[in-house]
Write a protein that binds this ligand. Sequence first.
Ligand code: OGA
Ligand code: MN
Length: 248
Amino acid sequence: HFRMVFFYFRLYELSSGAYLAKQYLSNYFITKLATAAVFEFPRRSDAKSNLSKLGQDVNPYLDKFIEEKSLAKSGLKALRWTTLGYHHNWDSREYGSEVGSRGTVPELLKTLAQEISKSFQITPVLNAEASICNYYPANIGTIGIHSDDSEYCYHPIVSVSLGLPAVFLLGQGTRDDPCHEILLEHGDIFIMDGKDRQALHAVPRVLDLDRALKIDENYEKKITAVEDKIVYEYLKQSRINLNIRQVN
Ligand code: OGA
Ligand code: MN
């Protein structure tokens, strides 16, 4: 089942420790991940989302999206993140450790963490204890400059990109220093390791479909391979970032 995760990819490495595996994921695994990210993860009873935090139910948005196929018209663009496993608290930048506050990480993500550990010789094998799923509607979704410093240790962070391409900035020092500008595209895996594990980073922009097609004229063809037509519609309007973390 190694093959189910990836077929062929191009690998880029930074001397500071991060690496980018372009088009690492197979269409089979992409379909599973994207479908779960949109329709399963935010509905799990042990997950938290920006909507559940406000006491809102994600189901009406999902139903409306199935009907309208538009993020704007359905209101589903309001869904911005889901946390799984240890829940990351965005305000305190800590993981909740109170009894009952911790969910389980879905098997799909645990498997992915194991396969990626094998591919990239990550030892010890990454134990997926927390995952943040970010949803970035085209043109409006962003994440500001930050470093991932909430974990209690520095195992590498595995980050999966699905859907529309994003401009990812990876700092090389302080906020005033120059940064790498990296395009993260559908099916890419970005791993923050070594010195880059603690680097400042941000996503200032997610491209819309027109711009995505200018960069990669095959983008629509690539996402057509996503079997679920509703998820395909979602990926024309949004980017999904799934990042997998070991906390302890
Ligand atoms: C994060 C993050 C980056 C991305 O969730 O901490 O930095 O590629 N995400 O969306
Ligand atoms: Mn981050």
